[in-house]
Design a protein around this ligand. Structure first.
Ligand SMILES: CC(C)(COP(=O)(O)OP(=O)(O)OC[C@H]1O[C@@H](n2cnc3c(N)ncnc32)[C@H](O)[C@@H]1OP(=O)(O)O)[C@@H](O)C(=O)NCCC(=O)NCCS
Length: 171
């Protein structure tokens, strides 16, 4: 029997998303790549992030979305740090561990890029990732981003120096 296709959607965040997002982010493997968050991440911290995300829509400082998979909260994705002319934003995202490797980040990235170019009329979206974060790079690549550069040995992670990969997509 053919397996039903999963439905990935992105929608504006609600404060009530914080509890599920906190549950997803409290995973050591995931947080290895998201060093802005403490482990464990308290609910208050996630509520603050979601509140900031909701405010961001009003000020155009950021545009964040909650990622849903078949209606269940699966992660978060954001356009943030706008350029002065608000034509360029940085991309950030995470997907909960149990949802990995199903093409969910790839699909969410495609949707936020479409929103950025069609609705916000952006000319560029960019992101950087640690060179050891292969899943993140691959998801961006599959969503149409190009690897534009490599900053060699930019930071130390434990005992090893790692490179930073710069990714971008233009209208
Ligand atoms: C990065 C992240 C969002 C990917 O989410 P995802 O929904 O699993 O991504 P996708 O399934 O769309 O794509 C991942 C791709 O990487 C591949 N991949 C996964 N783990 C990999 C690994 N260790 N090495 C190489 N490729 C890997 C997958 O096979 C898939 O490629 P494919 O479709 O060609 O097979 C998720 O791992 C995550 O939240 N990580 C922690 C937070 C993070 O790193 N955020 C990005 C910061 S820049």
């Amino acid at each position: 029997m053919k397996k039903n296709k999963i439905i990935v959607e992105i929608r504006k965040p609600k404060l009530s998303d914080a509890k599920a997002l906190k549950g997803l982010i409290n995973n050591k493997e995931l947080l290895k790549q998201l060093c802005d968050y403490p482990y464990p991440c308290p609910l208050k911290r996630m509520e603050k992030d979601v509140e900031d995300g909701i405010k961001g829509w009003k000020t155009k400082k950021s545009f964040s979305f909650t990622i849903l998979v078949d209606g269940e909260i699966a992660g978060s994705i954001i356009l943030e740090n706008p350029s002065k002319d608000k034509g360029r934003y940085d991309l950030g995202f995470f997907v909960g561990r149990k949802f990995w490797s199903k093409g969910i980040a790839t699909e969410a990235i495609k949707q936020i890029v479409k929103f950025g170019f069609d609705k916000l009329k952006l000319y560029r979206i960019q992101a950087d990732n640690d060179s050891d974060n292969l899943a993140s790079g691959r998801a961006m690549e599959r969503a149409g981003f190009k690897l534009e550069g490599v900053l060699k040995k930019i930071q130390k992670k434990k005992t090893k120096f790692i490179d930073l990969h710069m990714w971008g997509i233009t209208k």
